[in-house]
Every structure is written in structure tokens, then in C-alpha cells.
Design a protein around this ligand. Structure first.
Ligand code: G6P
Length: 613
């Protein structure tokens, strides 16, 4: 949520901040702002409502300053207004700050600051930080930031500059990602590597409680010790970003979403590369090596994720129970953290997240850690909070996902959960022959996924037939029940058309009341153990004049006699069908939204990475 870029170096800051923000816009995009300093003067200060891409002229504004901060906002505290856009400043316009995260005790801090005479112009929690820093500002910017942060409860990634100290920037982090891009003649602070990749691949991740003081030639990072509150200087490792710019760009596609759907076969390939161990009917997961013995003792699992990642968890639940024989439940982060969960001694949590920064998932993870239970991650973003805080984990290796609606990352999560199922299954009762059968089928998935993508023109044609409908129902059973939920979510997210997902068996317990000729159903019914049951459900719909689009297994000609349209997927093992059946649903949502002319990559009101509760 929201994006931060800060620049300090020898080059004009504005164009660098501008293109950094453009790349971060997928994280939040209802308003944005810049503050650039030139010596002791504010060289460029601007806040606007709307998307940065609608204000391209600003890139060429007259500004020569070589220090600056910028922010793209996804509103949490305070409406979408120019005043609430970042950067925020203190009363004397000596402190400028951009902030990601949320200051939970901002109301009480604000009340006190108002009593002390501070004047506020926005409704945001961030402005409180600017005034708090002002309160402690006695000639030393970093000291003032440190003292202010001591009073703050919540999460933050911040960058602060002051025209009084124009050759300095202070950045700090607490549970909100922040990194420093290191180049020969400049440093760029950013909340996400995509903001800096055009200029450098060398980065340093800041950790919680760390503060960085940057000048054009140098930087010092120090960390506050929780016990003593004293600060000690840290030596940090410079890491190299592995993915390239082309991967983060559209490569000729109209939207990132389409590019990412088309990458689904290679996403599976990347997730399984080097991990299938045919001789042993097993998989090799380097990230689990250190906890191999503890995993053998795990007696129950809870899988936690939010949004699309939660639906991946639900598929994982079916896989793990059926093939690894481990009692498993699934929850969403925002519910789990407030439940009184009861665990057996050897329970473990698997946290599934593309970004590894989703606040609710992280809170659930911390909750489980506090109970002393084993925590495992299925994460895409290397070095994310989740990746660093779990005891062990498996990266999905899906590469950068830019479109807000998750597609290829979901495929990566499902594939990784299938690998984990084999791993845990083989530690238990799963026979070598079964292990072999599953990994053999997994190895065929990239090719099969490509086969589904090759039917995209048919799917586009089907979308054309249904484009005027305003309500859709999605049904599935067992492994494809979560896929019905995901299909409906995807259509809602990108086309703003009403869609709901239900387990096939639940239709008659309510949803049937809404089924008629105006509400088509997408029925996910591959030839599997629940196929007959799905056919009964489809007949219930047809009896009420409902139209049905079926996702069925190639070769099933009979289904054409019952339904209105069929999209075929190739045959695979039942547990792996979700990896193929979700692909046409991704394409359906994409073509639907595109036909309606929606802003597909940046749906209204949504954000890619939700780093607040
Ligand atoms: C947001 C995104 C969804 C995503 C969810 C979880 O709501 O819009 O697409 O599924 O967050 O994100 P995560 O990064 O934890 O997978």
C-alpha cells in the first residue's frame, strides 16, 4: 500500500523520483506528491489527487535539486484530498516526510501536539509524525526522528528531509518495507525494488527499528536495541536484485494482467525447477532443510493468507489432508488474529503471501510465533517481512507481479503447495509410487497450462456472448470449490461486475433463489471424483433457466448437451486440476474487464499489497 521514493545524490532528483513513483503506482494511486530541495530552499513541492500517470507534465518541471522525497498514496487515514497527500510537513515547513504504514496512536499524539500549539492541515496520521519531529528538532534531524519514533505505536517506513539540512535524508522502518538502492553517485530509498531498478540493482534492506542517515556520499544505518533503547551502528549486506527491468515491464502486452496470465506456464516451470526428485518420488525443498525433523513431528497445520492467497490455502488444505494425511485448516489473517485458536503442541502454520507484506497475514504469523509454534512461509518476494520472520519457507519464484489482481502468483502458490504436499506426504505414509505419480504430473503442468492459454481466443468469444450480464455465479466442489471463489473474486476485482462463488452443494441452500436467465453460472467440473455431483448442480441451474459455462476436461463431449458453453482444460491429477482450471477464469475476467474498458491493472479502491490492518 502506498509507495515511497527518496533520492539523495549528484543528479536532479525530480525525474528519478517521478519514474520511481510511476513504477510504484500499483501499490496505491489515489494521490501523490513530491518535495525536492535545492540547497536551503524548497525547489519543487507538489501534491495532486489522482494518478501520477495522468500528470506526466510534472516530470519536466523546472527543478534542479538533488535531494527529494515522493509518495503515491492509497488512502487509509483521511479522505483522498490534496491536503492529505504526502509529503507532510511541520508548522515551519522545516520537516518534510513521506510515510507508509499507520500510526495507531496518532489521535492522542495529535491532541497533545495541538495543545502545544501545532497547527495541522490534514487528517492524516503522517502529519502527526512531522509535528512530532518538529517538537524534538533542535538542530539534529536524525536525533529528532529517533525521539519522535519513540513515541509512536504502529507501522512505518519513512523518509524525512529538511531544507535546514539539505544534504541529508533520514529513513526508518518498522514493519513496512524500506530499502536503499546503492549507486556510485547516489542513494535511492524506496519501499519496493521496482522503484529503483532502472538505476541500480544493489540494495540494502532496512530491518525493523533501523534508521538510516544518508548524505550524497555516504550512509550510516543504526538500530535501536529494544531493551536499552540505545542505538548501535549496523553493517549491512548489499544484495543484488536478480530480476530485470523487462520482467517488470509490459513487454508488448496491453496490460500487466495479460502479461502475467501468459507467464503462468513459466511460473510453474520456475516453481518446480530443480525441485523434482524423480528417483526418490519426492521433492527437494532447500528452504525446509533446517526444519526437516521438526516437520516430521507436525501433527496439524493451519494455512493462512488473505484474498487470492487464502484461496490458494484452501486448495492446499484439500491437498495436504488427502495426500500428506495431516489434519489441516485454513483461515484468513484478519480472522485468525482475533480468534482464540487452540493448537496441539506440534501444530505448524503455513503463511501464503505473494508480497510477504500483507499486514493481517504477518499479524497471524507473529501470533503463532509467540505461541512457540513452527511457522512456514510460501512467499514470492525475497527478503520480505514474511520471508524473514518465518522459521522456514519455500519461495514461489513467480517473479514480479505488477497487476493488482493476482494471477500468476496464485499459480505459483498452488504449485508450491503441491510440492510441499509431496514433501510432507513422503515424510509420512505416501508411497514412493504415489510420490512419483504426483511429481510426474506436476512436471507436465507447464505444457498443459500452455494448452489452456492457447484457447484464449475461444474464451474471448465466449466473453463477448455474456458481456451484458450484470451478475455471475461460480460453482465448484472439492479442489475446485476454492477456484469458484477465486474466479468470482477475479471478475469482481477487475470488471466491477457482481460475482459470487459457492460450493456446488450449497446452491440449493440459498443461491438458487437468484438463479434465472439473467444470472449465468460458471461451473468448474473437470472429470474428477465429484463430477457427477457437479452435473446434478448444473441440472438444478438449467431447470431454472440459468445459463451455464462449464470448465470441463478435454474429451468430455457429453457436457455440451447440458450446458451453453464449454471451455476445455487438459486432464491431470485431481489435486492439480485447480492449477489448470483457474487459467480460463483468469482469461475470462481479463477479457470481460477489457471489453468494459476498465483500468485492469489498477482497479479502483484496491491495492497490490495491503500493509495496514
Ligand atoms: C490484496 C491484493 C490481492 C491479494 C491480497 C493478498 O488484497 O489486491 O490480489 O491476493 O492482497 O496479498 P499477498 O501479497 O499477501 O498475497
Amino acid at each position: 500500500m502506498c509507495g515511497i521514493v527518496g533520492y539523495i545524490g549528484k543528479n536532479p532528483a525530480l525525474p528519478i523520483l517521478f519514474s520511481g513513483l510511476e513504477r510504484l503506482e500499483y501499490r496505491g494511486y489515489d494521490s501523490f506528491g513530491f518535495c525536492v530541495l535545492n540547497n536551503n530552499k524548497i525547489d519543487f513541492l507538489c501534491k495532486e489527487k489522482g494518478k501520477i500517470s495522468d500528470h506526466c507534465h510534472l516530470r519536466d518541471s523546472k527543478s534542479v535539486g538533488t535531494v527529494g522525497i515522493a509518495h503515491t498514496r492509497w488512502a487509509t487515514t483521511g479522505l483522498v484530498t490534496k491536503e492529505n497527500a504526502h509529503p507532510h510537513c511541520d508548522c515551519k515547513e522545516e520537516i518534510f516526510i513521506v510515510h507508509n504504514g499507520i500510526i495507531e496512536n496518532y489521535k492522542i499524539l495529535k491532541e497533545n501536539l495541538v495543545k502545544e500549539g501545532h497547527k495541522f492541515i490534514s487528517e492524516t496520521d503522517t502529519e502527526v509524525l512531522a509535528h512530532l519531529i518538529e517538537k524534538y528538532f533542535e538542530g539534529n534531524l536524525e536525533q529528532a526522528v529517533k525521539l519522535a519514533l519513540r513515541e509512536v505505536r504502529g507501522t512505518y517506513g519513512i523518509a524525512v528531509v529538511s531544507p535546514k539540512y539539505p544534504n541529508k535524508m533520514v529513513a526508518a522502518r518498522m514493519s513496512s518495507p524500506l530499502l536503499i538502492g546503492v549507486n556510485s553517485d547516489e542513494f535511492i530509498v524506496a519501499s519496493d525494488p521496482s522503484a529503483i531498478i532502472t538505476r541500480t540493482r544493489q540494495i540494502i534492506h532496512l530491518d525493523d527499528d533501523e534508521i538510516a542517515v544518508l548524505t550524497p556520499d555516504n550512509f550510516v544505518i543504526s538500530k535501536q536495541e529494544r531493551e536499552s533503547s540505545s542505538w548501535s551502528v549496523r553493517t549491512k549486506k548489499i544484495e543484488t536484485i536478480e530480476w530485470n527491468l523487462e520482467e517488470a515491464e509490459k513487454s508488448g502486452y496491453k496490460h500487466f494482467m495479460m502479461k502475467e496470465i501468459m507467464q503462468e506456464p513459466s511460473t510453474i516451470e520456475d516453481a518446480i525447477r530443480g525441485r523434482l526428485y524423480f528417483e526418490g518420488g519426492n521433492v527437494k525443498l532447500g528452504g525446509f532443510e533446517n526444519v526437516e525433523d521438526r516437520l516430521r513431528d507436525v501433527s496439524s497445520l493451519v494455512l493462512i493468507g488473505c484474498g487470492t492467497a487464502n484461496y490458494a490455502c484452501k486448495v492446499g488444505e484439500y491437498m495436504l489432508e488427502e495426500y500428506a494425511g495431516i489434519p489441516t485448516e485454513t483461515d484468513i489473517g484478519s480472522e485468525f488474529r482475533y480468534r482464540k485458536s487452540l493448537f496441539s503442541k506440534n501444530a505448524a502454520g503455513i503463511f501464503v503471501s505473494q508480497s510477504g507484506e500483507t499486514a493481517d497475514t504477518l499479524a497471524a504469523l507473529r501470533e503463532m510465533k509467540e505461541k512457540g509454534l513452527l511457522t512456514l512461509g510460501v512467499t514470492n518476494v525475497v527478503g520480505s517481512n514474511q520471508a524473514r520472520e518465518t522459521d522456514a519457507g519455500v519461495y514461489t519464484r513467480s517473479g514480479p507481479e505488477i497487476a493488482v489482481a493476482s494471477t500468476k502468483a496464485f499459480i505459483g502458490q498452488l504449485t508450491t503447495l503441491a510440492l510441499i504436499t509431496v514433501y510432507l506426504g513422503r515424510q509420512r505414509e505416501m508411497a514412493l509410487v504415489m510420490g512419483n505419480r504426483i511429481i510426474d504430473e506436476i512436471s507436465k503442468l507447464p505444457e498443459l497450462a500452455q494448452e489452456v492459454l492457447d484457447t484464449k481466443e475461444d474464451i474471448k468469444r465466449i466473453v463477448g456472448k455474456y458481456i451484458d450480464y450484470k451478475d455471475f455465479w461460480y460453482i465448484g466442489r472439492k479442489y475446485n470449490y476454492p477456484i469458484a471463489l477465486e474466479g468470482a473474486l477475479k471478475l469482481k476485482e477487475v470488471s466491477y461486475v457482481h460475482a459470487e462463488g459457492t460450493a456446488g452443494g450449497e446452491l440449493k441452500h440459498g443461491p438458487l433463489a437468484l438463479i434465472d436467465e439473467n444470472c449465468p453460472t460458471i461451473a468448474i467440473c473437470p472429470s474428477d471424483s465429484v463430477y457427477e455431483k457437479m452435473i446434478s448442480n448444473i441440472e438444478e441451474i438449467k431447470a431454472r433457466n440459468g445459463k451455464v459455462i462449464a470448465i470441463a476436461t478435454k474429451g468430455n463431449e457429453d457436457i455440451k448437451k447440458i450446458v451453453d458453453d464449454v471451455i476445455y482444460i487438459p486432464k491431470t491429477l485431481e489435486m492439480l486440476t485447480p492449477i489448470l482450471s483457474v487459467i480460463p477464469l483468469h482469461l475470462f475476467s481479463y477479457y470481460f474487464a477489457d471489453a468494459l474498458g476498465k483500468d485492469i491493472d489498477k482497479p479502483k479502491n484496491l491495492a497490490k499489497s495491503v500493509t495496514v490492518e
